[in-house]
Design a protein around this ligand. Structure first.
Ligand code: 4AD
Ligand code: MG
Length: 564
């Protein structure tokens, strides 16, 4: 069988000398490999293919003589026009939007004057997954994205969510390509952790104490605890059985008789042990000295979902030099904004022998690489975004991929914002504030009209691990701000000096114990190192121009919402 041939013998004949590319692991030709060619599929006229997909729109024509189906299989934004004659199969259940069909037929050049380059004339309908159009929640009318959030399991069928899925996939691939190309090693950091990286206390706790407590509660309802009298009676029975054995021995009873009594004694002892164990069961969460006793919890200590893989990935940077992690992170902040999720993905490179300037250079190159990648690999989906959501999306990618980012210090940013006359900010501007989204967006959208890297922030508003500058007021931190989004990246040079980092942990009122292992990286063979975190969904917002972060992650989680 040819490398790209269809997977069964019956289909082999069709692919021999075929100009189309057969999918190796499903019995069909991807619609992208027909319509995504430079000629839009024109040269494939006359080829016999099988395609599968979901009907976007279907209509019967010629008084029910034939049906036109716009078929999409998710491989590209374009639909393949499929024509089914009523002599091939009854047409009624093929046309509703959402119907799944697998059809076999011949690609044809359509009549002059139609917009298609190629269409499929069906000779056989191989499979149908029908839809009741009255009940199907995703009709073909244009649907609002917030409406679709109630159907996260069906929304991938829409043009928008499928385009975003392809863009997201491309950005993930581009991420690995960029870092692999520059010699970074991909490290998988844990999702469950015992240390709070950002020290902001916005962590989801991981515990089995509640489910255990519920189990005990249920068990006690079904099987009440043994009373003291029950236990006393069980003890008495053990005593009696013991005495009986001594008595039998003194009477020189037979071996069989004694063994039988020993069996009974063992049983009585087991029963007592069980009762005593059960009597220790208490309903509710175990407590000690007025506090929850986590020694009874699954990890025998408090544990959380990670807010960032940074601290752990630093352990590998401090051994393997250039590394990155890319995974889900969790924040239990009660934010209802269009830029925050409770579960989001972060790309976090960490570079040894690198200072803040190296870090900024890496962040800038990475973001520009992502933009260029989308222009090179996802232009059809980006054109869809331009047409439907943001006219400037492609121009923005072009601008970012070709323009050096502006770099200013936090102090310069504050001075600049203080002088702003054309806009009244809701949040007061003064040295020491954490820049609000309105300030960030003003800098990047209005003032510089390009990505801006703000660096050297006041230490008071930044995390403990950031390197303190000579002035002892600021830290070697940097944020990359981009139009549409504001903060896309947060990063810093890390505090590699043991005494300084201990001081910072204490200053911030954090407990030392959970960070002891992190301090070891400074105790033994410490190294200048830097890194950053790019919010993956924010990058997708920036690229697509969509307004809400809940629409660019497959399964959004935010306060009050965790479907599926
Ligand atoms: O600035 P942050 O909090 O930085 C860190 O977590 C560092 N440990 C990263 C590092 O140096 N390795 O988060 C990094 C980025 C932000 O710039 C933002 O793009 C995104 O993560 N982000 C969020 N995205 C969606 N929802 C949220 N709740 C987010 N919080 C941060
Ligand atoms: Mg940040």
């Amino acid at each position: 069988m040819a490398e790209d041939g269809p997977p069964t013998r019956e289909l082999e004949a069709m692919s021999l000398e075929s100009k189309v590319k057969w999918s190796k692991y499903s019995k069909r030709v991807l619609i992208k490999s027909i319509l995504g060619r430079g000629d839009g599929g024109v040269a494939l006229a006359g080829e016999k293919v099988i395609v599968g997909g979901w009907v976007k729109t279907g209509r019967e024509q010629g008084k029910g003589q034939f049906a036109f189906l716009e078929l999409n299989d998710g491989s590209c934004p374009a639909n393949l026009q499929v024509i089914v004659d009523s002599s091939v199969r009854a047409l009624g259940d093929l046309v509703p939007t959402g119907t799944c069909v697998v059809v076999q037929g011949e690609l044809k050049k359509p009549p002059e004057g139609t917009k298609q380059n190629v269409e499929l004339k069906v000779t056989d309908v191989l499979e149908v997954g029908s839809v009741d159009p009255i009940k199907y929640p995703i009709p073909k009318t244009k649907l609002r994205l917030d409406f679709l959030r109630d159907f996260v399991h069906l929304r991938p069928r829409t043009n928008t969510i499928s385009a975003i899925a392809r863009i997201r996939n491309a950005l993930a691939f581009a991420t690995h390509t960029f870092f692999q190309k520059h010699g970074f090693l991909y490290v998988q950091t844990p999702i469950i952790t015992t240390s709070d990286c950002e020290g902001a206390g916005e962590m989801f706790q991981v515990t089995t104490l509640f489910s255990e407590a519920e189990k005990v509660e249920k068990e006690l309802k079904e099987n009440p605890l043994p009373s003291d009298a029950d236990i006393e009676a069980a003890k008495l029975l053990v005593k009696e059985k013991g005495e009986l054995i001594s008595h039998l021995k003194s009477l020189k009873a037979s071996k069989e008789e004694i063994s039988a009594s020993v069996v009974e004694l063992t049983k009585a002892k087991e029963n007592l042990a069980k009762m005593e164990e059960r009597s220790k069961l208490t309903a509710g969460i175990p407590r000690k000295d007025g506090k929850v006793d986590y020694s009874h919890d699954f990890f025998a200590r408090q544990a959380f979902l990670t807010v960032s893989g940074q601290l752990q990935v630093e352990t590998f940077a401090c051994a393997l030099s250039s590394v990155y992690t890319f995974g889900p992170t969790f924040r239990a902040e009660n934010s209802h904004t269009s830029r925050h999720l409770a579960e989001f993905w972060m790309v976090e490179p960490e570079i040894a022998f690198a200072n803040l300037v190296d870090d900024m250079n890496c962040a800038e190159d990475y973001v520009r690489f992502l933009c260029q990648w989308l222009l090179d690999n996802c232009l059809d989906d980006m054109e869809f975004m331009v047409k439907n959501f943001d006219k400037t999306a492609i121009d923005r990618l072009k601008m970012v991929s070709s323009t050096p980012f502006k770099r200013i210090t936090y102090t310069e940013a504050i001075e600049l914002l203080k002088d702003v006359k054309d806009k009244a900010f809701e949040n007061k501007v003064e040295w020491g504030i954490d820049l609000a989204s309105e300030h960030e967006r003003y800098l990047t959208e209005v003032h510089f009209k390009k990505p801006v890297i703000v660096y050297n922030y006041p230490k008071k508003i930044k995390a403990f691990y950031m390197r303190v500058n000579e002035d002892n007021q600021t830290v070697a931190a940097m944020d990359v701000l981009v139009p549409k989004v504001g903060e896309l990246i947060g990063g810093s040079q890390r505090e590699e000096r043991y005494d300084n980092i201990v001081e910072r942990i204490n200053e911030m009122g954090l407990p030392i114990e959970p960070y002891e292992w992190y301090l070891d990286l400074r105790r033994y063979g410490t190294v200048t190192h830097s890194g950053f975190g790019l919010g993956f969904e924010r990058m997708i917002l920036f690229a697509t121009g969509l307004d809400n972060i809940r629409d660019v992650i497959p399964f959004p989680r935010y306060p009050g919402k965790a479907d599926l």
